[in-house]
Write a protein of this length. Structure first.
Length: 319
């Protein structure tokens, strides 16, 4: 079969012939009609996952595919030969099988029948990005009317996140360019912020001076690239990139103390913020769960989720 694969470690990917994979008990062999491309495919091809997950070579690239079942293992009973299916190659060790090939050997647990009304190309774009988006939205737990900023809305994951959030009744602010605006609005975005026109947080602040309820961060590689200033006090931050990190969120000031926030802490009276700290203090405040005082010298900090009163919450969604 023809396959896009990495022949050996530290070698570039090539399109060349490989032996067809053999079916085992709990696998499904699929004749690929369409394969999805995701950012992780570039990472794997460049060796970026080699220290995290063992690799075996030749390593076929690709995680998502749709096609027709060619053969099934003896333990597989939910799909059969000739079925139209869509599936995903799990990130389990060792990495060797992929979907950018004539034939893909997929784990049976990650293969489902494809509805007749869904074409192969559409289906192949769904598994990884769609599952990641679902995980993100489950972490946000949006309520109808809440305002959620999606930074990175034009990507594969972002497009699904916008649609899922809108279906939950959230007011979605999506980042994009003017060329993306019509598509993002068709997906459910109420507002589109042009990230090429100026700082995202500044533009969002003009639309929502009180801050957004949640930020979904899908693109930032450093804390500075994430529009944290747009998030209200006690808001939620969900990141798929690991940025902003826990240290950044722990040190993040309350909204009224942030540089550039009109009025600073004056709404607290006498230039004081809650708990008596002066404006521009660089720490995150939150009420003690046990009702006790904060540690001497500074307010308590945290980054993990809680069910009671919250400051910024960081939940990392692995995709």
């Amino acid at each position: 079969m023809r396959a896009v694969h990495v022949p050996e470690a530290n070698q570039p990917a090539v399109l060349a012939d490989l032996p067809a994979p053999d079916v085992s008990n709990d696998t499904v062999l699929v004749r690929v009609r369409a394969a999805g491309l995701n950012a992780i495919d570039n990472v794997i091809a460049a060796g970026g996952m080699a220290e995290m997950v063992p690799h075996e070579y030749p390593l076929t690239l690709g995680r998502d595919a749709a096609g027709v079942v060619e053969a099934v293992g003896t333990a597989v009973d939910h799909v059969g030969v000739g079925d139209r299916v869509v599936g995903h190659m799990l990130m389990s060790a060792p990495l060797r099988q992929g979907t950018l090939a004539d034939l893909a050997l997929l784990p049976a647990a990650a293969v489902v029948r494809l509805p007749d009304e869904v074409d192969f190309t559409t289906a192949a774009a769904l598994p990884l990005a769609g599952a990641a988006a679902h995980a993100v939205v489950e972490a946000v737990k949006p309520l109808p009317g809440q305002v959620v900023l999606v930074n990175g809305a034009t990507g594969g994951v972002g497009g699904f996140v916008v649609q899922l959030l809108a279906s939950c009744g959230a007011t979605v602010i999506a980042t994009g360019t003017p060329a993306d605006a019509d598509r993002l609005r068709a997906q459910g975005a109420a507002e589109v912020v042009d990230y090429t026109a100026g700082p995202i947080a500044t533009q969002v602040g003009e639309l929502h001076p009180g801050g957004v309820d949640a930020l979904v961060e899908l693109v930032a590689q450093t804390p500075q690239q994430s529009p944290l200033e747009a998030v209200r006090e006690s808001g939620t931050v969900i990141t798929s990139t690991g940025q902003p990190d826990a240290d950044t969120l722990n040190a993040w000031p309350e909204r009224h103390d942030r540089p550039g926030n009109p009025g600073g802490g004056r709404d607290r009276g006498a230039g004081q913020c809650r708990r008596g700290r002066r404006p521009h203090c660089r720490c995150a405040h939150y009420p003690s769960a046990r009702g006790g005082p904060p540690r001497a010298g500074h307010h308590r900090r945290r980054s993990g989720p809680r069910q009671d009163r919250r400051h910024h919450i960081r939940l990392t969604v692995n995709i």
